[in-house]
Design a protein around this ligand. Structure first.
Ligand code: AOF
Ligand code: ZN
Length: 343
């Protein structure tokens, strides 16, 4: 029997482990596995949407063990194990199948789609207990909880800009403002979301492929779908693939775009631009997080990354802060700086 103290210390460890993930459409989740004496055997965290869940990572790191051994183990998780097949399979099934003896979790999964893991585990003969989720745990995922309550996709806005906040020069040149390192990072973002959103003007002007690639140009395993927003007719011969994962949403209204994205089943959108589209999402208070890549050059002219109705006084300005709840808050990418911001 593990003591309350051992379980509570393990929950703290799981919480610290959870912070190693990327925020976005999914919650930050951490898991750890204890043996019968309460010693920590292994941990796992959820790296972000599309990646294995924390419990699956912990099971993977446990490796092959006998059922007898598994039955002596306790898994401590910050969130109730999911009971659904989303981007990945149900953790509840995997835990039961591995023969884990006990699961101790903190926050109940608040979503209709994924909840029910605790009941499933009990029915499968696993001992289940729930801890009180302290403030640190509630803080950890408060933005995810809010986004879930809003029942719309989680929205990430990305900007790549100069020191003076420009996204291009007056002649339209814009491709190489940020460094190769920043672009690689941004491609990682692309592979974490369900769909990328850009405007028709950006498609015509930049002719982007809107896929997720490595530094060497190889395709990442998970590719985003593509939504192009706007009324303008797109010419033929573009680099963009017009396959079943592409759609032009003929509207100028960001709310309508979001509704259509939800209809298509997308839980996480990445707004990539141009500045008109990004600004429209920010103006409509639809940006759940912002990734800002800033390069150390001053252009002095060209479009600003954000054009919204200005305020007369500083007190009315839109305020952001560095994401406080995951390790990815601020980083150096070659000569650039990356900021991960939340409203
Ligand atoms: C868990 N462990 O580590 C996480 C959970 O689309 P998916 O497959 O990634 O599922 C996302 C949903 O699963 C998310 O909305 C939340 O309800 C739950 N997240 N559950 O057991 C995890 N990240
Ligand atoms: Zn899960």
């Amino acid at each position: 029997m593990l003591t309350e103290q051992q379980l509570s210390a393990a929950l703290d460890t799981a919480l610290e482990t959870a912070r190693r993930g990327h925020r976005g459409a999914n919650p930050l989740v951490g898991a750890c596995v204890l043996d019968a004496s309460g010693s920590l055997i292994t941990t796992g965290f959820h790296a972000g949407a599309g990646n294995p869940h924390a419990e699956i990572e912990a099971l993977r790191r446990l490796g092959r063990i006998s059922r007898q051994r598994a039955s002596e183990l306790t898994m401590v998780v910050t969130l109730e194990p999911c009971n659904h097949t989303g981007r990945t399979g149900p953790c509840s099934h995997a835990i039961a199948q591995a023969g884990i003896g006990r699961v101790h979790y903190a926050m109940a999964d608040p979503t209709a789609a994924a909840s029910g893991g605790a009941d499933y585990l009990r029915q499968a003969g696993v001992e289940v207990s729930q801890a009180q989720a302290g403030t640190a745990l509630q803080e950890l995922n408060h933005r995810w909880l809010r986004a879930k309550k809003q029942s719309r996709p989680f929205i990430t806005v990305k900007t790549a800009q100069s020191l003076d906040g420009r996204v291009n020069a007056p002649d339209g040149s814009s491709q190489w403002i940020t460094s190769a390192e920043s672009r690689v990072h941004a491609h990682g973002l692309r592979s974490r979301v369900d769909a990328i959103v850009v405007g028709t003007n950006t498609v015509v002007h930049d002719n982007p492929r809107l896929n997720a690639r490595t530094k060497d140009g190889a395709a990442l395993p998970k590719q985003p779908h593509r939504l192009v927003m706007g009324l303008r007719e797109l010419p033929t011969g573009l680099a963009l693939e017009f396959d079943e994962h592409f759609e032009q949403v003929r509207t100028r209204d960001v709310h309508e775009l979001v509704r259509r994205a939800a209809e298509l089943g997308y839980g996480h959108l990445l707004i990539e631009g141009g500045s008109t589209i990004a600004s429209a999402f920010i103006s409509a208070d639809l940006a759940d997080e912002i990734y800002c890549y800033q390069a150390p050059l001053i252009i002095g002219a060209g479009d600003s990354s954000v054009n919204i109705a200005g305020t007369q006084t500083l007190g009315d300005a839109r305020q952001y802060r560095l994401d406080a709840y995951s390790t990815e808050t601020l980083g150096r990418l070659g000569p650039d700086v990356m900021m991960h911001l939340e409203p």
